[in-house]
Write a protein that binds this ligand. Structure first.
Ligand code: C2E
Ligand code: MG
Ligand code: MG
Length: 579
């Protein structure tokens, strides 16, 4: 062997020794690292794990190898993790991510992971992840976040978070044109409770009060503790004033229930101020201030009550309450009557029937128009009872007419809430059975907005009504944004053109165009048309010219009693016989 060969063998052995030495150094570094070091193939499967993995995650050494990737990643983080890995494995050199990972004992650990793409590196050929346990830091951050936004005593959002929520709700409502209510609740004389019973007892009462207030609110409402004994409720969907007053009334009554104390029950009351968007203000700031101001006026009103920021609203609510309590008694006190307004065939000029319209004779306030009390009946849930009475009374009258050999077509109005919340088809079926009338004499008037509110459900109800043999019409047509595709599917008999279009039919070209369009639409859909609110000959001439079949209005007759209508619809010989 020549010496050159021996030399090169010796130098090779030396290189080999150096490589081995270096490898060992790196292995020691990796194995003693506090961070978990793992190597993955391009699919994410683990091909190497450092000892820190089992130390930190609690699985037996080597158990990550070959396991399906991402299996122990928190479901809330797994999509992000996959995406990050994919970015890394398909080109990016370095990726940083924080995620939750399940330990062997089932607990979640926060890992801060740095990924390096070393797939092309001949010595590694993998994706290297270095993961550090940052659970404590994460929890401290979450806690800080929580403390910045929530009240520790009650667990409710605090003033800061509430302000955010109000601002968001205002921004949203500006677009959606919805009404927002802000209720500011202050516990009356809370300082006295704190001073006399001690702060601990005071805290218990506040916690219980928070629970009670939450119970009075809906799912989409936010309840916050905004000060010592002050709470705010955000109602982002407060279209109905009745819902707001119902919530305030409920809170007052819940708060006045005794709070069990150490030695004896504690009695408290609350004062509530209400501000409304957009009625009172269009900014989150002023809305909050106005709710607070209204709360103070509730205090000066003797506490244990609620006040709206605007005086006009207070009066309206007051009047509504008077109406509501009167309405509860109106039926039993026999204060309701139906009147009938004739409907006329424009070709024959004969009265074909009438619309039954409700009249309330209040013992103190006189005649109250339905436009005033029907909305109150809807909000207070009395509309079911009232609507049922109307239907029964109208059918009783139809029976009476049928016995006399008369068969006017009688239309009964069904309100939106009644239509949506009650089984109208079942009620109609029961009532026509009881009254023993032929169903074609009855017509049900539904408002356009009530029908379109949930068109699919409406189709089913209307079909049921049609199967009973009664007629169905759409009232106030043109005011409720009908969807034409639904209109086509509704088995309707009649469209009633809203009187707001009929009013200026002969002077306003827009109204004239709308009325012509409705008449054409009805004809194409195979429905009849009736115009309501016809008061003069010019309107009548217009309707005649464009082929409207029926009309109703003061021109043909005011709403009248059943007896008066009987006189109008009797054949002449019978009329003279009776007269
Ligand atoms: P509606 O169903 O559209 O009834 C037509 C209204 O127009 C009636 O008012 C009627 O008196 C009035 N009207 C009739 N002809 C003319 C006219 O030529 N000119 C003018 N300016 N007005 C005319 P009313 O009786 O005050 O009823 C108002 C609304 O109250 C009704 O509108 C209906 O939505 C509701 N309503 C009435 N009775 C009942 C009922 O028994 N149940 C329900 N749910 N709602 C009812
Ligand atoms: Mg009507
Ligand atoms: Mg109408």
């Amino acid at each position: 062997m020549n010496s050159g060969f021996l030399k090169s063998v010796a130098s090779l052995l030396q290189v080999d020794g150096e490589i081995q030495e270096r490898e060992e150094r790196f292995r020691a570094l990796v194995q003693n690292s506090f961070d978990i070091i793992t190597i993955h193939d391009n699919e994410g499967a683990t091909i190497y794990e450092s000892p820190a993995a089992s130390r930190i995650l609690g699985y037996p050494p080597g158990s990550l190898i070959g396991k399906a990737p991402f299996q122990a990643v928190h479901p809330g983080d797994v999509d992000r993790a996959r995406e990050a890995f994919h970015t890394l494995a398909t080109g990016s050199n370095r990726v940083f991510i924080e995620l939750r990972y399940r330990r062997a004992d089932g607990s979640w650990i926060w890992l801060e992971i740095v990924g390096n793409n070393l797939l092309e590196h001949p010595g590694v050929q993998g994706v290297v992840l270095t993961s550090r346990d940052v659970t404590e830091r994460k929890h401290a951050e979450e806690r800080a976040q929580y403390l910045a936004n929530y009240d520790v005593l009650t667990g409710l959002p605090n003033r800061t978070l509430m302000y955010d929520r109000v601002s968001q709700a205002v921004a949203y409502a500006k677009r959606s044109r919805e009404r927002i209510a802000l209720l500011h609740v202050d516990v009356d004389r809370f300082k006295m409770i704190n001073d006399s019973l001690g702060h601990e007892a005071g805290d218990e009462i506040l916690k219980a009060a928070a629970e009670r207030i939450k119970r009075c609110t809906g799912e989409s409402d936010t309840v916050a503790r905004v000060g010592g004994d002050e709470f705010t409720i955000l109602m982002p969907d407060a279209g109905r004033l009745g819902d707001v007053t119902a919530c305030a009334t409920k809170i007052l009554s819940e708060m006045s229930q005794p709070f069990p104390g150490e030695r004896e029950d504690v009695f408290v009351t609350a004062s509530i101020g209400v501000s409304l968007f957009p009625d009172d203000s269009r900014s989150a700031d002023t809305l909050t201030k106005h709710a607070d101001a209204a709360m103070h006026s509730a205090k000066t009103f003797g506490r244990n009550n609620y006040q709206f920021f605007t005086q006009a609203l207070n009066e309206e609510v007051q009047q509504r309450m008077v109406l509501e309590s009167g309405l509860r008694l109106a039926l039993t006190r026999d204060e309701m009557r139906l009147v009938y307004q004739p409907k006329v065939d424009l070709v024959t000029r004969e009265i074909i029937g009438a619309e039954a319209l409700l009249r309330w004779h209040h013992p103190k306030h006189g005649l109250i128009p339905p436009a005033r009390f029907i909305p109150v009946a809807e909000e207070s849930g009395l509309v079911g009872q009232i609507g049922e009475w109307v239907l029964r009374d109208a059918c009783r009258q139809i029976h009476h007419w049928q016995k006399m050999g008369l068969s006017p077509q009688i239309a009964v109005n069904v309100s939106a809430r009644q239509f949506q919340q009650y089984d109208v088809a079942k009620l109609v079926s029961d009532v026509i059975g009881e009254a023993q009338i032929s169903p074609e004499s009855l017509e049900i008037e539904l408002t356009e907005s009530a029908v379109m509110h949930d068109a699919e459900a409406s189709i089913i109800t209307i079909e049921k009504l049609k199967q009973l043999g009664v007629r169905v019409s759409i009232d106030d047509f043109g005011t409720g944004y009908s969807s034409l595709s639904y209109l086509k599917r509704l088995p309707l008999d009649l469209l009633k053109i809203d009187q707001s279009f009929v009013r200026d039919i002969s002077s306003d070209p827009n109204d004239a165009a709308i009325v012509r369009a409705i008449i054409t639409l009805a004809r194409n859909l195979g429905m009849k048309v009736i115009a309501e609110g016809v008061e003069d000959d010019a309107q009548l001439a217009f309707l005649n010219a464009y082929g409207c079949q029926y009309a109703q209005g003061f021109l043909f007759g005011q709403p009248m009693t059943a007896e008066e209508l009987t006189w109008r619809i009797r054949p002449p010989e019978q009329g003279s016989a009776a007269g």
